[in-house]
Design a protein around this ligand. Structure first.
Ligand code: HSE
Length: 348
């Protein structure tokens, strides 16, 4: 591959942004040696953690040191601090915009505006932001195609565990009739911890501390997050055209410790199951707590681990199990998409 330095701009420096930069800080040398991948981190925009921009490149190790010691990057020792997210979307100095602001499933904002703006300005976009993909995938896909750039979003369903790229790329050519599994780390973690004796509130707090929960955890526990993922699976992977209102949805807020214990005493576990099924010409989706037998493969998926089974024509059922949330785990999703862009374009 020819030498090319990818110039990256980051919008959002919360859990996922930090996870990605942590990986860059640790693996820069390996990525260069293994993949010929060279990068410069040009700018970061985050209204809370701080913004900094330097066309010469920011040092990932310094950024991580600052965030670990001070909780923000406002004292970064170089660069401009007067930039915002739109500077990143429009900058001539940036090739890849990484959009990792918190998900808003109602409006998709501010991520939707960022992604549109970056694509319009001819940037590749990598995101783990579920809102924009669930709400506007066809429009964003077309916009990216019209600009000859890539829009990639591996992290939206199972963080760094392959799901989107697995279905679209690794299994290209199969027809998928059903996808079923556990796609929310927070709720699976809470159900697991309740079984171990924690209260619902304690378990939720722990999930927040570990960076699994959404900024507003109601999205997790009421099943909205899993429903958004079901919409993405339906529309991106299975050719559907549904919205979140089409998903039959129930969360875990009504599940008590007693329910969890009662299920166990009957050789079952309660799991929040997402299911997307192709029926005739349409695609239907649901998310609800179900009792599954302890011998069922999903029964032993515990903690923030997720699992998805794709029912395919050529391969039969294909199951992937792995982390569904977390800082570095979702940072890995960003990395895998950035490297896919590198593979696709660097040799040209
Ligand atoms: N809040 C989400 C979860 C994060 O718990 O699964 C990953 O999408």
């Amino acid at each position: 591959m020819c030498a090319h330095t990818w110039r990256i701009g980051l919008i959002g420096f919360g859990n996922v942004g930090q996870g990605f930069v942590r990986i860059l800080a640790r693996k820069a040398e390996t990525l260069r040696e293994r993949y010929g991948f060279e990068f410069k981190l040009i700018g970061i925009a985050d209204p809370i953690k701080g913004s900094v921009y330097d066309p010469e490149g920011l040092d990932p190790k310094t950024l991580i040191k600052l965030i670990d010691e001070k909780g923000h990057i406002k004292d970064y020792p170089a660069g401009r601090k007067d930039i915002d997210s739109l500077t990143i979307c429009r900058s001539e100095d940036i090739d890849i915009v990484v959009e990792v602001t918190p998900t808003n499933i109602k409006t998709g904002e501010p991520g939707l505006t960022h992604i549109r703006e970056a694509l319009k300005h001819g940037k590749h976009v990598v995101t783990s932001n579920k809102g924009p993909i669930a709400l506007a995938y066809p429009e964003l896909k077309e916009l990216a195609a019209s600009k000859g750039v890539m829009l990639r979003f591996e992290g939206v369903v199972m963080s760094g565990t392959p799901s989107i790229n697995l279905a679209l790329e690794a299994m290209a050519g199969v027809d998928i009739s059903k996808v079923e599994g556990i796609v929310n780390g927070t709720t699976n973690f809470i159900l697991t911890k309740m079984e171990e004796g924690m209260t619902y509130e304690e378990a939720l707090k722990e999930a927040q501390r570990l960076g699994y929960a959404e900024a507003d955890p109601t999205a997790d526990v009421e099943g909205w997050d899993a429903a958004v993922k079901a919409v993405i699976i339906a529309n991106v992977i299975m050719g559907g055209n549904i919205t979140i209102n089409d998903v039959e949805r129930e969360g875990i807020t009504k599940i008590t410790k007693e329910d969890v214990k009662d299920a166990l005493s009957k050789g079952q576990r309660i799991k929040l199951i997402a299911r997307v099924v192709k029926e005739g010409g349409s695609v239907k989706a649901s998310v609800k707590p179900e009792r599954v037998s302890l011998t069922h493969p999903l029964a032993n998926v515990m903690g923030a681990i997720n699992a998805l089974t794709f029912y395919t024509d050529h391969l039969g059922p294909v199951t992937i199990v792995g982390p569904g949330a977390g800082r570095v785990e979702t940072g890995q999703a960003i990395l895998t998409d950035v490297l896919a862009i590198h593979r696709h374009y660097a040799g040209r």
